[in-house]
Design a protein around this ligand. Structure first.
Ligand SMILES: [Zn+2]
Length: 591
């Protein structure tokens, strides 16, 4: 991962600042703004905002500053609540709460500690307003006429903050100078280009589409030529704010609609996006003239469960769909493909058929499986076994990316049927393409440590008890080392407890959630705390857990020794066998 992107530099928020925010904010006050809370003993209860329920099983623990839902298992602290409720990243949630409680968050990392990021954002905002004003001015009558001809209303023009760049070579530079913004600053923002005789504007006589981050802040611009200037579409170059492939055009306007519909419509162009929003399909975004990237797919995953690809119905559109599909499937999104009439783009389609017909087209979009099978049939026509095999091979890499095992095997069955192939053989071929996908698959976040065996149960309970009162770790650490906890996730959590606390100060569960939030362990932490609170008396339970873990360690060491003895015996190494046997007896005595 590079240091250039905004998301990365923002991840380095000092822990002291996070603690300060946590100390000032109150979880009941925060959650109470979203769902009505009812006092229930020492805690608060509510109807869970994360799953459908009638009887409240969502609990807010103000003493520990955490929440947990017994219905769906979601839990965390103030930051994780915002992350999940408003689909924010951890740094975004921290910043939002910082604003709320009045804590200053310094910009850090990536050389942006001097506030240059903020200044650049302010400059982009200023320029966006300038372009907007120009579009509203009398001279821009033809640009406005062009917009309405393409089906963009005044309202939508405002929502997307469309603008126009002046026709001359230095319109922006001159206007900026009057407000003390230099050409060098504009160059830094990607809006001026240094030529032989001085700077000139990057965008000239172009319709301007501001590119915004999820919070609606302008990070770059896209421009469509209004004369015959090439290229027809031009984007801002990469800056410390804008990086190609990390933003989706229209997302800041579309995110609420996407959340509500659980579905995002992905189109190719700016115009498709704006026209669809105007025509009553507000959940539309565009990947900004590039093929979808994994960052964009993950960004969509924050808001959507399903994605409908509505690319142009031509060869290029088909290519774009094929490129996007694997990435989206890989992130676990359900992908469907809208089948537009041949040769049409979504914008034309909506304008010629109207909203109802267009929504029907989206409704009847085909599953990614059907789309691939159709494409494969067209590419490998003919009835021979050889063509069928090639067609199936074409579909397999995408099926291999489907994270759900049951769905994957269902697809194998269907694929075998469609191309008259042997199901077992198709499954075997699928196994061959498998390794490629494993390397790129999403890391399995918050893999639940199996509650299966008693040993695992003891580890879970021990972790929960330590989370509930971190001073407990100091009482047991002389008898138990972290390496004796076999589950890597639980070990990770306990490590965070040790790292965050010292002899004078202990970490709180809320702080631990913050530390682990980005790794996706928030719910597990609150689940474990809740588990620990269900056992009484806690101190005896802790003692029992420690003993059980110690017994397990001895058992493992014993098994290891026996294995070494077996190997030494097979190798005929008598001396080694004797040595190991002695060690084994020592061990038994010691235990
Ligand atoms: Zn719930």
């Amino acid at each position: 991962m590079g240091r250039e992107g905004l998301g990365w530099t923002m991840a380095l928020i000092p822990e002291g600042v996070i603690d300060e925010i946590q100390a000032r904010a109150d979880i009941a006050e925060l959650i109470g703004r979203y769902v009505p809370l009812r006092r229930a003993g020492r805690h608060f209860k509510a109807v869970c905002p994360f799953h459908q329920e009638r009887t409240p099983s969502f609990m807010v623990n103000t003493e520990k500053q955490i929440f947990h839902c017994f219905g769906c298992g979601v839990g965390g602290n103030i930051f994780s609540f915002l992350m999940q409720h408003d689909r924010l990243t951890f740094p975004e949630a921290v910043r939002q709460l910082a604003d709320h409680v009045g804590v200053h968050v310094p910009e850090s990392g990536g050389g942006a500690s001097d506030g240059s990021q903020e200044r650049l954002l302010a400059l982009m905002e200023k320029i966006c307003r300038y372009y907007e004003r120009l579009l509203a001015a009398p001279q821009a009558a033809s640009a406005r006429a062009y917009l309405s001809k393409r089906g963009v209303s005044e309202q939508t023009r405002r929502t997307f903050r469309l603008g126009v760049a002046p026709t001359g070579w230095t319109g922006l530079i001159t206007a900026a100078k009057a407000t003390e913004v230099s050409a060098d600053q504009l160059e830094g923002a990607g809006l001026a280009i240094r030529g032989k005789t001085g700077h000139y504007d990057r965008f000239r006589n172009r319709l301007i589409f501001p590119i915004m981050d999820v919070r609606g802040r302008v990070v770059g611009f896209g421009g469509r030529s209004l004369d015959r200037q090439d290229p027809k579409y031009l984007n801002s170059p990469e800056t410390s704010l804008y990086s190609k492939g990390r933003h989706l055009f229209g997302l800041s306007q579309a995110k609420d609609a996407i959340l509500a519909a659980k579905t995002a419509v992905v189109v190719e162009g700016y115009f498709d996006c704006v026209v669809l929003a105007d025509g009553g399909v507000p959940q539309t975004v565009s990947p900004l003239g590039t093929a979808l990237t994994i960052e964009q797919a993950r960004l969509l995953k924050r808001y959507a469960e399903q994605v409908i690809l509505a690319f142009d119905a031509d060869a290029a559109g088909e290519q774009a769909t094929l490129r996007g599909v694997d990435l989206l499937v890989d992130t676990g999104l359900h992908v469907r493909v809208a089948q537009l009439p041949q040769g049409m783009d979504p914008d034309e389609c909506l304008r010629s058929y109207g909203r109802e017909r267009f929504l029907q087209l989206l409704d009847h979009s085909v599953s990614i499986f059907d789309f691939l099978v159709e494409t494969a049939r067209r590419r490998f026509p003919g009835k021979g076994a050889e063509q069928h095999v090639r067609a199936a091979q074409f579909v397999l890499p995408t099926i291999a990316k489907v994270p759900n095992v049951m769905l994957r095997s269902e697809y194998v069955k269907l694929l075998a049927e469609r191309f008259h192939l042997d199901e077992a053989a198709v499954a075997q071929e699928l196994a061959k393409v498998q390794p490629r996908t494993l390397a790129t698959a999403e890391p399995v976040a918050a893999q639940k440590p199996g509650a299966g065996t008693a040993a695992q149960g003891a580890e879970r309970l021990l972790t929960g008890l330590v989370l509930d009162d971190p001073s407990r770790w100091q009482r047991v650490r002389d008898r138990l080392s972290l390496s004796e906890v076999t589950d890597p996730t639980l070990r990770r959590i306990l490590t965070a407890v040790c790292e965050l606390g010292d002899s004078t100060r202990h970490a709180t569960p809320a702080q631990i959630v913050s530390r682990l939030a980005e790794e996706g362990y928030g719910s597990l932490v609150t689940e474990l705390v809740t588990l620990s609170q269900s056992v009484v008396p806690q101190e005896e339970a802790l003692e029992e857990c420690v003993k059980r873990l110690q017994r397990n360690t001895r058992r493992r060491e014993h098994a290891k020794l026996r294995e070494q003895i077996r190997i030494a015996e097979e190798a005929g190494n008598e001396i080694e066998v004797q040595r190991l046997l002695t060690e084994c007896q020592e061990q038994i005595k010691g235990g």
